[in-house]
Design a protein around this ligand. Structure first.
Ligand SMILES: [Zn+2]
Length: 351
């Protein structure tokens, strides 16, 4: 049987349900059956929206977590290396081969991250939320940062460290450099604000779908500030919405840096996140001063009102920029084939 036939046969066998779940994988078919439960287990999420089906990805797509729950994986960069990995089980392999396997496995985990959510979450609600400004940058950045941070745990859970000895000694570079550094800076900042253990905000965001991710960030920001003590209950929704719009607008702008060389993307991602955190702090302080001052002179009240009005006006996140053709395409959570050159990565069907 040729390698190509083997992959076709593995997918057919997997999708027909004739596979072994609940075992340490020793074949590609067993890996396909067990890779999603392992992701669910290490994440602590309430559920996965994966429907159990795996198909070959279309041209130019490395991986895709489709809204219908189907997982699309590229043959050349993911399915074939993993088939090969099991055919050489336990053998000593070159760093180049181990890196290739590692890249395939981190993409699998990244795609499974998209399917994770709290119990009862729906794909339809996630799909609608994913279209809002800044949602895609946060979800892709979280999926990629979390997948890389937890990959070694994932490989151990799946027994891959036994199949490909030394796979934990090589490194795969994260994709989405326009998003990952910003997500890392923001989640580190939130860990610090809230006193959570390092990495906990990232883990918590990974357990949410796009529907719950920004609301969770806003909740952490709001509750760790002095705002709950001074904002009247009837003003709280407006204050939270201002914070959310500030965050979303900064993260939406990260999309403008995609397609540039990695170093440029990463540098702009970091500087944008730092500005975002500064704006957030300014907004919190302004609101705290506004609501805390028990008696204000007319001049102070006017000054504060104009300071607040200079910030992002309250609007629902639904008021996004007009949807373009490219905007419609990015509503699918797609990972593009990694290009060896720093030419623009953006293409048809990219997400
Ligand atoms: Zn993705």
């Amino acid at each position: 049987m040729t390698a190509i036939d083997e992959i076709h046969s593995a997918l057919q066998q997997h999708n027909s349900g004739r596979h072994a779940a609940g075992v340490v994988p020793r074949t590609l078919v067993e890996l396909l059956a067990n890779h999603a439960p392992a992701a669910l287990s290490i994440s602590g999420a309430g559920q996965t929206a994966w429907n159990g089906q795996v198909v070959e990805a279309g041209e130019g797509i490395l991986g895709l977590a489709h809204w219908d729950g189907t997982l699309h994986l590229d043959r050349e960069c993911i399915l074939d290396p993993l088939r090969e990995m099991y055919s050489r089980s336990g053998l000593i392999q070159s760093d180049a081969m181990l890196t290739r396997y590692r890249e395939a496995l981190v993409t699998m985990l990244h795609e499974q991250s998209h399917f994770l959510g709290p119990s009862g979450a729906t794909q339809e609600a996630a799909r609608q939320a994913f279209k809002q400004p800044g949602s895609r940058a946060l979800e892709e950045g979280v999926a990629e940062a979390w997948a890389h941070a937890h990959l070694d745990d994932y490989l151990t859970t799946l027994g891959v460290d036994q199949v490909a000895p030394g796979i934990d000694q090589v490194r795969a570079e994260p994709s989405y450099q326009a998003f990952v550094p910003a997500v890392t800076l923001l989640t580190d900042d939130l860990d610090e604000r809230t006193g959570l253990p390092a990495g906990e905000t990232l883990r918590a965001l990974n357990r949410e779908t796009a529907e719950g991710q920004w609301p969770l960030v806003v909740d952490l920001v709001y509750c760790s500030s002095g705002l709950p003590e001074c904002v009247p209950p009837n003003r709280e929704p407006v204050v939270r919405l201002r914070l959310e719009n500030t965050l979303r607008e900064s993260f939406r702008s990260l999309e403008d840096f995609e397609g540039h060389p990695r170093g440029y993307e990463a540098a702009r991602s970091k500087s944008t996140a730092r500005q975002c955190i500064d704006r957030l702090n300014t907004e919190i302080q302004t609101a705290e001063r506004y609501f805390q001052a028990p008696t204000r002179t007319p001049d102070q009240a006017t000054a504060l009102r104009s300071a607040l009005s200079g910030l992002a006006p309250p609007k629902t996140p639904a008021q996004s920029r007009p949807t373009t053709t490219a905007g419609a395409e990015v509503t699918n959570r797609t990972r593009q084939r990694i290009q060896p050159t720093p030419t623009p990565l953006r293409g048809q069907g990219d997400g």
